[in-house]
Unconditional design. Structure first.
Length: 82
């Protein structure tokens, strides 16, 4: 599911709504909060899905995500082939 115009992630974990790799740009930083274990980062995927990422000594990973805004077709919102 990659092309010359896409960024390939290294974790192999992708957004279930648009297929974009969780560790690749574009995503928008919404807020960052310190925690005892590191930080919690709220981001928005290119398709509009709000994501909560836990960041600690092992790196960052999405722990939960919301749905993209209504009207966004699955697997096409971030420009990935569908």
């Amino acid at each position: 599911m990659t092309s010359a115009h896409e960024t390939t992630g290294t974790t192999g974990i992708v957004c279930p709504y648009c297929g974009w790799p969780d560790d690749a740009e574009p995503f928008q930083l919404v807020s960052r909060h310190s925690t005892a274990a590191g930080s919690t980062v709220w981001t928005r995927c290119g398709c509009g899905s709000l994501q909560v990422r836990a960041v600690d000594g092992r790196g960052a990973h999405v722990v939960t995500r919301g749905r993209p805004p209504a009207g966004i077709p699955p697997a096409r919102a971030c420009g990935t082939p569908g």
